[in-house]
Design a protein around this ligand. Structure first.
Ligand code: DON
Length: 307
């Protein structure tokens, strides 16, 4: 029997298309020149069905969505106690690139803001690893989650690294505070490369569905993310994944999520689905405008809200 879900996803897409507000990220040309007519949505169930509509083959850089998975890797490689020693779990209520650390512990507030994400990146593999070794491990993990080999978009990487002054400032601040032990330039270089990995919405929906399936890939059946770290990752996504928009998101959509400045958003509902949307125009907080509208409709129609 033909599934009605792809037709439904097309409706969700077309409902959001007329909304013209927002602008693509402007801090590098490659993102500023993104084709803003592109839009896609994908939904993967925890029992291994994947549906999509729109420009579902169009690739874009994963950006901050990578932070959720790199946090999981940091927990896997360094252990949760060490990760908690270095990175907090409290929502900051601030923008993603704020230069701030907790007062008493010196830790970044959480792993979803850049400071926490750079610290998490530095914990992947081990303290003596190079940026290449870390990125290789991250790329292998994300590829397994996507079910295909992913690649770094070198144009995005080079443009971001050329102009990484703010993240570099965060890197040096983390080093001075004793949060990272490696060379801050290397930590930031690896972090920028991790953000420049290209994905499409189908890749992201499978990644999200693996989180929703307690770390077990819905198609391959392989445990890719250990169960205990999935709980940690989804908790932090719920409270911090949408930065200073977390409250609006939890009220209106109500599922653990993570956004990226290239226009992607993922949502993962335990025991049910992983979803992914893409549209490059962002609101003032750096979240895809049409992406949020699509997620709100999916949540409403499918009863995905946790409450
Ligand atoms: O660190 C940065 O500025 C970017 N490479 C990633 C930021 C990002 O995706 C923020 N999320 N909406």
């Amino acid at each position: 029997m033909k599934s009605p879900i792809p037709d439904y996803l097309r409706v969700v897409l077309e409902n959001a298309r007329p909304v013209e507000s927002g602008e693509p990220a402007s801090y590098i040309d490659v993102l500023a020149n993104a084709d803003t007519s592109k839009m896609a949505v994908a939904l993967a169930t925890v029992d291994g069905h994947l549906y999509s509509a729109g420009d579902d083959q169009v690739e874009f850089s994963i950006q901050s969505i990578s932070k959720a998975f790199v946090y999981a890797l940091a927990i896997q490689d360094a252990g949760l106690p060490r990760v908690l020693e270095k990175i907090g779990v409290e929502p900051s209520g601030d923008a993603f690139n704020k230069l701030s650390l907790e007062r008493v512990t010196n830790r970044p507030m959480n792993p979803m803001i850049n400071a926490g994400a750079i610290a998490a990146h530095s914990l992947v593999v081990g303290p003596d690893a190079t940026a290449e070794q870390r990125v290789e491990r991250i790329l292998a993990k994300l590829s397994k989650l996507a079910g295909r080999q992913l690649h770094v978009d070198e144009a995005v990487y080079e443009a971001e690294f050329r102009d990484a002054n703010r993240n570099m400032g965060i890197g040096y601040m983390l080093k001075a505070a004793g949060i990272i032990s490696c060379d801050p330039r290397e930590a930031v270089r690896g972090y920028v490369r991790q953000c420049a990995i290209n994905v499409n919405v189908r890749d992201l929906a499978m990644m999200a569905a693996t989180l929703g399936n307690a770390g077990v890939h819905p198609i391959s059946g392989e445990e890719i993310i250990p169960h205990h770290s999935v709980r940690q990752v989804l908790s932090v996504m719920t409270t911090c994944g949408m930065y200073d928009a977390a409250g609006d998101w939890v009220s209106n959509v109500g599922i653990p999520a993570k956004s990226g400045v290239a226009g992607g958003i993922i949502g993962a509902l335990p025991g049910q689905v992983g979803l992914a949307v893409f549209s490059p125009k962002l609101d003032a907080r750096g979240t895809s405008v049409r992406g949020v509208i699509m997620c709100e409709q999916l949540s409403r129609d499918m009863g995905l809200h946790m409450m």
